[in-house]
Design a protein around this ligand. Structure first.
Ligand code: ADP
Ligand code: MG
Length: 255
């Protein structure tokens, strides 16, 4: 069972009211795999990530975490996770990094990174502090522990958000356009950190518009179009020999 996926999504359907956003999407990430999700704005990429870590409800299909299926109650638009303990365990094991960093402005960087392990996981404070300092050093901002988010560049803030996600010691990391809010010169410092995590063998699902990064670090690339997987494959297949016309068109606009 060594290749049981860390996250597996089977035939997922999600609508906002009448708007069908995911129309039956299956995707999985095995331990150590990097999966990139690409596609036009509005194709459902963020929704898929948010459904995967149960920030968003879905109406049909299964989500499995290390082989364990999410337990649901109700059905259709009334379907919700049934087991709060399971929900918390899954959510804390799939740490999310958002486009807009979402750091707490009234806390220092160190406090930001320490907050969830202590309050959500009940971890020991001094151990967590040591880990937080280690992860901040790892992303190259070990000297920013006592600084507030507003005093840092976007690239530094996003690296702090990555350290915060790592400090939860999750099974997998989910990134939603982690470099989209950054100026090009700051983008690369974040790309470098993400590449380092990929090289370490971390399990990751990354929504990105950065095709170069996706090509460099992914084991598998998924192209989403209007709530369905239009094409998927290795980076060489998807970027080097795209079959679908929609993917060809998408790629011709994104270089
Ligand atoms: P992407 O991340 O690929 O740009 P999203 O998953 O954000 O796409 O959005 C997919 C579709 O769902 C879009 O049409 C968007 O307007 C819609 N949508 C996203 N979030 C909501 C929401 N909270 N309420 C209603 N519609 C939403
Ligand atoms: Mg999005």
């Amino acid at each position: 069972m060594s290749n049981t996926p860390v996250i597996e999504i089977r035939d997922l359907h999600k609508a906002y009211g009448q708007l069908e956003v995911l129309k039956g999407v299956s995707i999985s990430a095995e331990k150590g795999q990097v999966i990139s999700l690409i596609g036009s704005s509005g194709s459902g990429k963020s929704t898929l990530l948010r459904c995967a870590n149960l920030l968003e409800d879905s109406q049909k299909g299964d989500i499995l975490f290390s082989g364990e299926p999410v337990e649901w109650k109700g059905s259709g638009l009334n379907r919700r996770p049934a087991n709060q303990k399971q929900l918390l365990r899954i959510r804390t094991n799939l740490s999310m990094v958002f486009q807009q960093f979402n750091l707490w402005s009234h806390m220092t960087i160190l406090e930001n990174v320490m907050e969830a392990p202590i309050t959500v996981l009940g971890r020991d404070k001094s151990e967590t502090e040591a880990k937080a300092r280690e992860y901040l050093a790892k992303v190259g901002i070990g000297d920013k522990c006592d600084v507030y988010p507003a005093q840092m560049s976007g690239g530094q803030q996003q690296r702090a958000a990555i350290a915060r996600a790592l400090c939860m010691e999750p099974e997998a990391l989910l990134f939603d356009e982690p470099t989209s809010a950054l100026d090009p010169e700051l983008e690369q410092e974040v790309v470098k950190v993400i590449k380092g995590l990929a090289a370490e063998g971390r399990t990751m699902m990354i929504v990105t518009h950065d095709m170069r990064m996706a090509r460099d670090i992914s084991d598998h690339v998924v192209f989403l179009h209007q709530g369905l997987i239009e094409e998927q494959g290795s980076p060489d297949q998807v970027f080097g020999a795209p079959k679908s016309e929609r993917l060809q068109q998408f790629l011709s606009h994104s270089v």
